[in-house]
Design a protein around this ligand. Structure first.
Ligand SMILES: [Mg+2]
Length: 385
Protein backbone atom coordinates (compact mmCIF):
# COMPACT_ATOMS: atom_id res chain seq x y z
CA UNK A 1 0.00 0.00 0.00
CA UNK A 2 2.97 2.27 0.12
CA UNK A 3 3.82 4.43 -2.84
CA UNK A 4 0.64 6.52 -2.70
CA UNK A 5 1.98 10.04 -2.45
CA UNK A 6 -0.06 13.25 -2.23
CA UNK A 7 0.01 14.94 -5.63
CA UNK A 8 -2.38 17.88 -5.15
CA UNK A 9 -4.83 19.50 -2.71
CA UNK A 10 -7.85 21.42 -4.01
CA UNK A 11 -10.30 23.42 -1.87
CA UNK A 12 -13.72 24.67 -3.00
CA UNK A 13 -16.14 26.80 -0.96
CA UNK A 14 -19.73 25.68 -1.55
CA UNK A 15 -22.78 27.66 -0.36
CA UNK A 16 -25.75 25.56 0.72
CA UNK A 17 -29.23 26.80 1.62
CA UNK A 18 -30.82 25.54 4.85
CA UNK A 19 -34.31 24.08 5.16
CA UNK A 20 -35.18 26.79 7.70
CA UNK A 21 -33.46 29.47 9.75
CA UNK A 22 -31.12 27.98 12.35
CA UNK A 23 -30.45 30.12 15.42
CA UNK A 24 -27.46 29.78 17.73
CA UNK A 25 -26.74 31.86 20.84
CA UNK A 26 -24.62 34.23 18.75
CA UNK A 27 -26.09 34.18 15.23
CA UNK A 28 -28.99 33.13 13.01
CA UNK A 29 -28.62 31.89 9.42
CA UNK A 30 -30.67 30.55 6.51
CA UNK A 31 -27.63 29.30 4.59
CA UNK A 32 -24.38 27.59 5.43
CA UNK A 33 -21.08 27.16 3.65
CA UNK A 34 -18.66 24.25 3.54
CA UNK A 35 -15.15 23.82 2.23
CA UNK A 36 -14.84 20.72 0.06
CA UNK A 37 -11.29 19.32 0.12
CA UNK A 38 -10.04 17.06 -2.66
CA UNK A 39 -6.67 15.40 -2.07
CA UNK A 40 -5.33 13.59 -5.13
CA UNK A 41 -2.54 11.00 -5.21
CA UNK A 42 0.11 10.45 -7.86
CA UNK A 43 -1.66 7.13 -8.54
CA UNK A 44 -4.84 8.92 -9.64
CA UNK A 45 -7.03 8.46 -6.55
CA UNK A 46 -9.06 11.25 -4.92
CA UNK A 47 -9.92 11.53 -1.22
CA UNK A 48 -12.66 13.91 -0.08
CA UNK A 49 -12.99 15.93 3.11
CA UNK A 50 -15.34 18.66 4.34
CA UNK A 51 -14.95 21.57 6.71
CA UNK A 52 -17.74 23.82 7.92
CA UNK A 53 -18.41 26.17 10.79
CA UNK A 54 -21.75 26.71 12.56
CA UNK A 55 -22.58 29.67 10.26
CA UNK A 56 -19.51 31.76 11.00
CA UNK A 57 -16.37 32.15 13.09
CA UNK A 58 -18.07 32.63 16.48
CA UNK A 59 -17.38 29.07 17.67
CA UNK A 60 -13.65 28.63 17.05
CA UNK A 61 -12.41 31.73 15.26
CA UNK A 62 -12.21 29.83 11.96
CA UNK A 63 -14.42 30.63 8.96
CA UNK A 64 -14.78 28.85 5.62
CA UNK A 65 -12.74 31.66 4.07
CA UNK A 66 -9.90 31.29 6.60
CA UNK A 67 -10.04 27.48 6.30
CA UNK A 68 -9.62 27.65 2.51
CA UNK A 69 -6.71 30.09 2.84
CA UNK A 70 -4.96 28.08 5.56
CA UNK A 71 -5.22 24.83 3.58
CA UNK A 72 -4.15 26.41 0.27
CA UNK A 73 -1.24 28.47 1.60
CA UNK A 74 -0.15 26.87 4.88
CA UNK A 75 -1.02 23.14 4.80
CA UNK A 76 -0.99 21.95 1.16
CA UNK A 77 2.59 23.14 0.37
CA UNK A 78 3.94 21.08 3.32
CA UNK A 79 2.19 17.81 2.49
CA UNK A 80 2.69 17.42 -1.28
CA UNK A 81 4.76 14.29 -1.92
CA UNK A 82 4.02 12.77 1.52
CA UNK A 83 2.66 9.22 1.89
CA UNK A 84 -1.12 9.30 2.58
CA UNK A 85 -0.67 6.74 5.39
CA UNK A 86 1.80 8.95 7.28
CA UNK A 87 -0.88 11.01 9.07
CA UNK A 88 1.14 11.39 12.29
CA UNK A 89 4.23 12.54 10.40
CA UNK A 90 2.24 14.86 8.15
CA UNK A 91 0.57 16.63 11.08
CA UNK A 92 3.80 16.83 13.09
CA UNK A 93 5.16 18.83 10.15
CA UNK A 94 1.97 20.88 9.69
CA UNK A 95 1.71 21.67 13.43
CA UNK A 96 5.23 23.13 13.40
CA UNK A 97 4.21 25.45 10.55
CA UNK A 98 0.65 26.34 11.57
CA UNK A 99 -0.70 26.92 15.10
CA UNK A 100 -4.35 26.12 15.83
CA UNK A 101 -6.76 25.97 12.86
CA UNK A 102 -8.03 22.55 13.92
CA UNK A 103 -10.97 22.67 11.49
CA UNK A 104 -8.71 23.20 8.47
CA UNK A 105 -6.39 20.41 9.60
CA UNK A 106 -9.35 18.07 10.19
CA UNK A 107 -10.69 18.59 6.66
CA UNK A 108 -7.35 17.55 5.15
CA UNK A 109 -7.00 14.61 7.54
CA UNK A 110 -10.54 13.48 6.60
CA UNK A 111 -9.55 13.35 2.92
CA UNK A 112 -6.42 11.34 3.83
CA UNK A 113 -8.52 8.82 5.79
CA UNK A 114 -10.86 8.53 2.79
CA UNK A 115 -7.82 7.80 0.60
CA UNK A 116 -6.45 5.25 3.08
CA UNK A 117 -9.76 3.39 3.00
CA UNK A 118 -9.94 3.51 -0.79
CA UNK A 119 -6.36 2.18 -1.13
CA UNK A 120 -6.88 -0.56 1.45
CA UNK A 121 -10.36 -1.39 0.11
CA UNK A 122 -11.97 -1.03 3.53
CA UNK A 123 -14.39 1.42 5.20
CA UNK A 124 -12.83 4.11 7.39
CA UNK A 125 -14.34 2.53 10.52
CA UNK A 126 -12.05 -0.47 9.99
CA UNK A 127 -9.10 1.93 10.26
CA UNK A 128 -10.55 3.60 13.38
CA UNK A 129 -10.96 0.44 15.43
CA UNK A 130 -13.85 -1.47 13.86
CA UNK A 131 -17.59 -0.95 13.95
CA UNK A 132 -19.59 -1.60 17.10
CA UNK A 133 -22.96 -0.66 15.54
CA UNK A 134 -24.55 0.03 12.15
CA UNK A 135 -26.77 2.97 13.14
CA UNK A 136 -26.92 5.74 15.75
CA UNK A 137 -29.85 7.46 17.54
CA UNK A 138 -29.69 10.98 16.13
CA UNK A 139 -30.91 14.29 17.54
CA UNK A 140 -32.57 17.10 15.55
CA UNK A 141 -31.98 20.76 16.49
CA UNK A 142 -34.94 22.93 17.51
CA UNK A 143 -33.58 26.39 16.90
CA UNK A 144 -36.15 28.94 15.79
CA UNK A 145 -37.04 30.35 19.23
CA UNK A 146 -40.82 29.93 18.82
CA UNK A 147 -41.96 27.15 21.18
CA UNK A 148 -45.26 26.42 19.38
CA UNK A 149 -43.56 26.10 16.00
CA UNK A 150 -40.81 23.99 17.54
CA UNK A 151 -43.32 21.59 19.14
CA UNK A 152 -45.05 21.27 15.77
CA UNK A 153 -41.68 20.71 14.04
CA UNK A 154 -40.74 17.99 16.58
CA UNK A 155 -44.07 16.19 16.09
CA UNK A 156 -43.63 16.18 12.31
CA UNK A 157 -40.22 14.45 12.61
CA UNK A 158 -41.63 11.93 15.12
CA UNK A 159 -44.50 11.14 12.72
CA UNK A 160 -42.01 10.60 9.86
CA UNK A 161 -39.98 8.17 12.04
CA UNK A 162 -36.85 10.24 11.52
CA UNK A 163 -36.05 11.95 14.86
CA UNK A 164 -37.25 11.51 18.44
CA UNK A 165 -34.30 13.17 20.15
CA UNK A 166 -34.35 16.98 20.08
CA UNK A 167 -31.74 19.52 21.09
CA UNK A 168 -32.93 23.02 21.86
CA UNK A 169 -30.54 25.74 20.86
CA UNK A 170 -30.73 28.34 23.64
CA UNK A 171 -29.03 31.58 24.59
CA UNK A 172 -30.56 33.94 22.02
CA UNK A 173 -33.50 34.82 24.30
CA UNK A 174 -33.35 36.28 27.84
CA UNK A 175 -32.69 33.37 30.22
CA UNK A 176 -36.18 33.50 31.88
CA UNK A 177 -37.97 33.36 28.50
CA UNK A 178 -35.57 30.75 27.19
CA UNK A 179 -36.10 28.43 30.18
CA UNK A 180 -39.88 28.87 29.90
CA UNK A 181 -39.67 27.97 26.19
CA UNK A 182 -37.54 24.87 26.93
CA UNK A 183 -39.84 23.67 29.73
CA UNK A 184 -42.93 24.11 27.50
CA UNK A 185 -41.32 22.05 24.74
CA UNK A 186 -40.10 19.32 27.14
CA UNK A 187 -43.58 19.00 28.69
CA UNK A 188 -45.31 18.90 25.30
CA UNK A 189 -43.00 16.09 24.12
CA UNK A 190 -43.00 14.12 27.38
CA UNK A 191 -43.22 10.38 26.73
CA UNK A 192 -42.72 10.86 22.98
CA UNK A 193 -39.18 12.18 22.73
CA UNK A 194 -36.00 12.94 24.67
CA UNK A 195 -35.25 16.68 24.91
CA UNK A 196 -31.82 18.19 25.49
CA UNK A 197 -30.71 21.84 25.78
CA UNK A 198 -27.62 23.74 24.58
CA UNK A 199 -27.18 27.38 25.70
CA UNK A 200 -23.71 27.54 24.04
CA UNK A 201 -21.86 29.19 27.00
CA UNK A 202 -24.59 31.84 27.45
CA UNK A 203 -25.12 31.67 31.21
CA UNK A 204 -23.17 32.52 34.33
CA UNK A 205 -23.15 30.34 37.41
CA UNK A 206 -25.84 32.40 39.17
CA UNK A 207 -28.20 31.79 36.21
CA UNK A 208 -27.31 28.09 36.13
CA UNK A 209 -28.22 27.74 39.81
CA UNK A 210 -31.92 28.41 39.12
CA UNK A 211 -32.13 27.49 35.43
CA UNK A 212 -30.61 24.01 35.46
CA UNK A 213 -32.93 22.58 38.19
CA UNK A 214 -35.96 23.98 36.33
CA UNK A 215 -34.83 22.39 33.07
CA UNK A 216 -34.18 19.07 34.84
CA UNK A 217 -37.60 19.19 36.59
CA UNK A 218 -39.29 19.67 33.22
CA UNK A 219 -37.69 16.42 32.02
CA UNK A 220 -34.75 17.75 30.02
CA UNK A 221 -32.32 14.84 29.99
CA UNK A 222 -29.06 16.60 29.21
CA UNK A 223 -27.78 20.18 29.33
CA UNK A 224 -24.83 21.11 27.14
CA UNK A 225 -22.22 23.78 27.88
CA UNK A 226 -24.26 26.25 29.96
CA UNK A 227 -21.10 28.00 31.23
CA UNK A 228 -18.16 29.62 29.43
CA UNK A 229 -15.70 27.16 27.95
CA UNK A 230 -12.92 28.11 30.41
CA UNK A 231 -15.05 27.54 33.54
CA UNK A 232 -14.32 23.88 34.23
CA UNK A 233 -14.49 24.32 38.02
CA UNK A 234 -17.98 25.82 37.66
CA UNK A 235 -19.00 23.00 35.33
CA UNK A 236 -17.79 20.46 37.90
CA UNK A 237 -20.00 22.16 40.52
CA UNK A 238 -22.99 22.05 38.11
CA UNK A 239 -22.30 18.39 37.28
CA UNK A 240 -22.45 17.50 40.98
CA UNK A 241 -25.54 19.65 41.70
CA UNK A 242 -27.77 18.91 38.66
CA UNK A 243 -30.15 15.97 38.17
CA UNK A 244 -29.82 16.16 34.38
CA UNK A 245 -26.56 15.12 32.73
CA UNK A 246 -24.13 17.95 32.01
CA UNK A 247 -22.28 17.76 28.70
CA UNK A 248 -19.29 19.84 27.61
CA UNK A 249 -18.65 20.82 23.99
CA UNK A 250 -16.80 24.16 23.62
CA UNK A 251 -14.62 23.18 26.65
CA UNK A 252 -13.12 20.12 24.96
CA UNK A 253 -11.00 20.45 21.85
CA UNK A 254 -7.53 19.14 22.75
CA UNK A 255 -6.37 16.06 24.61
CA UNK A 256 -5.17 18.38 27.39
CA UNK A 257 -8.71 19.79 27.70
CA UNK A 258 -10.05 16.26 28.06
CA UNK A 259 -7.47 15.36 30.72
CA UNK A 260 -8.50 18.41 32.79
CA UNK A 261 -12.22 17.61 32.42
CA UNK A 262 -11.53 14.05 33.49
CA UNK A 263 -9.50 15.10 36.55
CA UNK A 264 -12.21 17.53 37.74
CA UNK A 265 -15.09 15.36 36.52
CA UNK A 266 -16.35 18.61 35.02
CA UNK A 267 -19.01 16.83 32.93
CA UNK A 268 -21.04 13.63 32.70
CA UNK A 269 -20.48 13.53 28.92
CA UNK A 270 -18.45 15.24 26.20
CA UNK A 271 -19.42 16.06 22.64
CA UNK A 272 -16.91 14.69 20.13
CA UNK A 273 -16.62 16.69 16.92
CA UNK A 274 -14.19 15.71 14.20
CA UNK A 275 -13.30 19.29 13.25
CA UNK A 276 -12.62 20.80 16.67
CA UNK A 277 -10.32 17.89 17.56
CA UNK A 278 -8.38 18.21 14.29
CA UNK A 279 -9.45 14.96 12.61
CA UNK A 280 -10.85 11.46 12.92
CA UNK A 281 -7.80 9.83 14.52
CA UNK A 282 -7.46 12.77 16.97
CA UNK A 283 -11.16 12.41 17.88
CA UNK A 284 -10.65 8.72 18.59
CA UNK A 285 -7.83 9.68 21.01
CA UNK A 286 -10.15 12.15 22.85
CA UNK A 287 -12.82 9.43 23.03
CA UNK A 288 -10.33 7.06 24.65
CA UNK A 289 -9.28 9.67 27.22
CA UNK A 290 -12.95 10.36 28.05
CA UNK A 291 -13.72 6.68 28.50
CA UNK A 292 -10.63 6.29 30.69
CA UNK A 293 -11.91 9.20 32.85
CA UNK A 294 -15.41 7.79 33.28
CA UNK A 295 -16.94 10.50 31.07
CA UNK A 296 -19.58 9.39 28.53
CA UNK A 297 -19.35 10.05 24.79
CA UNK A 298 -21.72 11.87 22.46
CA UNK A 299 -21.26 12.30 18.70
CA UNK A 300 -21.56 16.02 18.01
CA UNK A 301 -21.73 18.04 14.82
CA UNK A 302 -21.12 21.49 13.35
CA UNK A 303 -24.02 20.70 10.97
CA UNK A 304 -21.78 19.36 8.22
CA UNK A 305 -23.40 18.31 4.94
CA UNK A 306 -23.25 14.70 3.71
CA UNK A 307 -19.44 14.45 3.42
CA UNK A 308 -18.66 15.54 6.99
CA UNK A 309 -21.69 13.63 8.28
CA UNK A 310 -20.44 10.44 6.62
CA UNK A 311 -16.97 10.95 8.13
CA UNK A 312 -18.36 11.57 11.62
CA UNK A 313 -20.58 8.49 11.27
CA UNK A 314 -17.53 6.37 10.42
CA UNK A 315 -16.11 7.41 13.81
CA UNK A 316 -19.44 7.16 15.68
CA UNK A 317 -19.90 3.48 14.80
CA UNK A 318 -16.54 2.65 16.42
CA UNK A 319 -17.49 4.19 19.80
CA UNK A 320 -18.06 1.59 22.47
CA UNK A 321 -20.98 3.36 24.16
CA UNK A 322 -23.13 6.33 23.14
CA UNK A 323 -25.71 6.66 25.95
CA UNK A 324 -27.15 9.89 24.52
CA UNK A 325 -26.63 8.99 20.83
CA UNK A 326 -25.46 11.83 18.61
CA UNK A 327 -26.63 14.70 16.45
CA UNK A 328 -25.29 14.15 12.93
CA UNK A 329 -28.35 15.82 11.41
CA UNK A 330 -26.68 18.55 9.31
CA UNK A 331 -27.14 16.56 6.12
CA UNK A 332 -30.90 16.85 6.69
CA UNK A 333 -30.77 20.56 7.57
CA UNK A 334 -29.30 21.62 4.21
CA UNK A 335 -31.85 21.70 1.41
CA UNK A 336 -29.15 21.17 -1.24
CA UNK A 337 -26.19 18.83 -0.82
CA UNK A 338 -23.00 17.93 -2.73
CA UNK A 339 -23.04 14.15 -2.35
CA UNK A 340 -24.64 11.69 -4.76
CA UNK A 341 -26.39 9.90 -1.89
CA UNK A 342 -28.08 11.65 1.03
CA UNK A 343 -27.65 10.50 4.60
CA UNK A 344 -30.48 8.14 5.64
CA UNK A 345 -32.41 8.83 8.85
CA UNK A 346 -34.67 5.81 9.41
CA UNK A 347 -36.29 4.28 12.52
CA UNK A 348 -35.12 7.36 14.48
CA UNK A 349 -31.49 6.51 13.71
CA UNK A 350 -28.85 7.59 11.21
CA UNK A 351 -27.90 4.55 9.17
CA UNK A 352 -24.28 3.65 8.35
CA UNK A 353 -23.62 3.51 4.60
CA UNK A 354 -21.45 0.65 3.38
CA UNK A 355 -18.49 1.42 1.12
CA UNK A 356 -14.75 2.06 1.11
CA UNK A 357 -13.20 5.08 2.83
CA UNK A 358 -15.88 7.50 4.01
CA UNK A 359 -18.46 5.75 1.79
CA UNK A 360 -19.51 9.03 0.21
CA UNK A 361 -19.31 10.28 -3.39
CA UNK A 362 -19.27 13.86 -4.62
CA UNK A 363 -21.84 15.03 -7.17
CA UNK A 364 -19.68 17.11 -9.52
CA UNK A 365 -22.68 18.86 -11.14
CA UNK A 366 -23.97 20.04 -7.76
CA UNK A 367 -20.53 21.31 -6.78
CA UNK A 368 -20.33 23.18 -10.08
CA UNK A 369 -23.73 24.77 -9.51
CA UNK A 370 -23.18 25.72 -5.84
CA UNK A 371 -19.49 26.63 -5.66
CA UNK A 372 -19.10 30.20 -4.47
CA UNK A 373 -16.70 31.46 -7.11
CA UNK A 374 -19.17 30.39 -9.83
CA UNK A 375 -22.45 31.58 -8.36
CA UNK A 376 -21.93 34.53 -6.02
CA UNK A 377 -19.64 37.49 -5.81
CA UNK A 378 -20.75 38.02 -2.19
CA UNK A 379 -21.67 35.28 0.24
CA UNK A 380 -25.50 35.35 0.52
CA UNK A 381 -25.40 35.31 4.34
CA UNK A 382 -22.87 38.14 4.40
CA UNK A 383 -25.00 40.13 1.95
CA UNK A 384 -28.06 39.82 4.21
CA UNK A 385 -26.23 41.20 7.28
MG1 LIG B 1 -22.77 22.52 21.37
Amino acid sequence: MSGHAIHSVETIIVDLPLRRVQRFAAIGADATAVVLILVRTDTGLTGVGECCTPSGPWWSGESVESIKLMIDDHIAPHIIGKNVFDVRGIFQTVNRKLFGNAFAKAGVEMALVDLQGKIAGVPAHDLLGGKQRTSMPCSWPLATGDADLEIEEAHSWIEKGMFNLFKLKMGFLPAEDDVERACAIARALEGKASVRADPNESWDEATCKWALPRLADAGIAMIEQPLARWNLAGSARMTRATQAAIMLDESVSSMQDMIEIGKLHAADAVSLKVMKHGGLYASRRIADLALASGVSLYMGTFLECSVGTAASMQLAVTLETLPFGGELSGANLVSEDIATRCARYENFELQLEEGVGLAVEIDDDKVKALRRDRTYSVHPVAAAR
